[in-house]
Design a protein around this ligand. Structure first.
Ligand code: SAH
Ligand code: AVI
Length: 349
């Protein structure tokens, strides 16, 4: 799994590897400095307030657990966004007629299939570039996609999108960029601004960005979505400890921690923590350090920001992007925004 750590520590030249016909694999070299897990853990875990970046959730098991979260009754974002995509896919594809669909944090690409189906119906054949830190998930979903769509060329991009986007392989023609699921909410304000600047920098007139973002809503609905009754979100959160044990030769014991997720109304974000159930010592060999945790001490493992339409618009405008279409359900629970480079309309042909 930790292809990304080694990769980020030693950026390599971009290389294409053909896996099967219509499926290639690329490693995206980081252009911006990005810490590896050793650096992130020594910055985040040794001193209070303790935290780890959420990208470490997504080893193979973590990615499967995220997929299981999407199936829970309480986790509305996936279903809500999927319904929006199903209804807007035809308009987006026929308006943009993309040669390439580049998706950041693609996961299983389950919702993206609505765009491929719309391509099918419109007689369009875009190449798909899923970009994700989880190599296993990229490989599995790539294999499935080339089997499901006999016209689809899939070029997987393994890497960390926080490392910048200038290392993406060159693409001729029009691009539709996707950042779905509300994953923009897992960024801090600064990370979101830097990321959108990077996206804007690689966009050309006629390209589009389809951005999914979760909306501010009743805190009970939000609380339930991150505290599902079947405990899958808890397992997803606790899985971080298995990643730390494996990658840092640590001895976290998951029964010594509990999952906690709460909605911070003022900051308009879900905060997800691992809370120490007791006073305990945890040895982290790779850091040559022993963590001393008190009962009740918290490690922040994820933020998930919730937006208003106005927040979203200004986030995009600040990056030089203009909202072209805004798709939302009647209850206003989720936004899917099609944005374009300011002053350069998305092509209509
Ligand atoms: N877009 C999908 C998956 C969302 S889960 C959906 O809407 O359902 C977030 C995805 O982003 C995971 O697949 C995870 O592996 C990926 N991811 C998280 N941080 C990343 C990073 N820094 N760089 C690349 N991919 C990342
Ligand atoms: C990927 N991301 C948008 C999810 C979210 O809702 O913030 C991750 C997640 N964490 C707990 N449940 C889902």
């Amino acid at each position: 799994m930790l292809a990304y750590a080694a990769h980020l520590a030693n950026p390599v030249m971009y290389m294409e590897e053909i896996v099967v016909p219509r499926l290639t694999r690329h490693r995206v070299p980081a252009a911006l400095p990005v810490a590896d897990i050793v650096e992130d853990a020594s910055k985040g875990l040794i001193k209070s307030p303790r935290s780890m970046p959420p990208k470490y959730f997504y080893d193979e098991r973590g990615s499967q657990l995220f997929d299981a979260i999407c199936e829970t009754r309480e986790y509305y974002p996936t279903r809500t966004e999927e319904a929006l995509l199903r209804s807007c896919a035809h308009d987006v594809i026929t308006q943009l007629r993309p040669d390439h669909i580049v998706e950041f944090g693609s996961g299983t690409a389950r919702k993206t299939r609505h765009l491929f189906d719309a391509c099918d119906r419109a007689g369009e054949t875009a190449a798909y570039w899923p970009f994700d830190v989880c190599e296993e998930m990229l490989h599995d979903s790539g294999q499935k996609l080339v089997q499901e769509y006999d016209w689809l060329q899939v070029n997987t991009l393994v890497g960390d999108y926080l490392g910048g986007l200038t290392g993406l392989p060159p693409r001729e023609g029009r691009c539709l960029y996707l950042f779905l699921g509300g994953t923009i909410g897992n960024f801090t304000e600064d990370e979101a601004a830097t990321f959108l600047d990077e996206v804007r920098a690689i966009m050309r007139p006629g390209d589009g960005l389809l951005l999914g973002a979760d909306r501010v809503k009743d805190s009970e609905v939000l609380h339930a979505a991150y505290n599902d009754d079947s405990g899958i979100t808890a397992q997803f959160n606790l899985n971080l400890l298995h990643v730390l044990n494996r990658e840092l030769d640590a001895d976290f014991c998951d029964s010594n921690f509990e999952h906690r997720a709460l909605f911070n109304t003022e900051a308009s974000r879900i905060e997800m923590y691992l809370v120490s159930r007791r006073r305990q010592s945890v040895r982290i060999k790779a850091l040559e350090h022993t963590l001393e945790l008190e009962a009740g001490e918290k490690i922040l493992t994820e933020i998930s920001r919730k937006f208003t339409p106005a927040n979203l618009e200004s986030l995009l405008n600040d990056a030089g992007l203009a909202v072209q279409r805004h798709f939302e359900p009647d209850n206003g629970w989720f936004s899917l925004v099609l944005a374009e480079v300011e002053g350069a309309p998305v092509t209509q042909s």
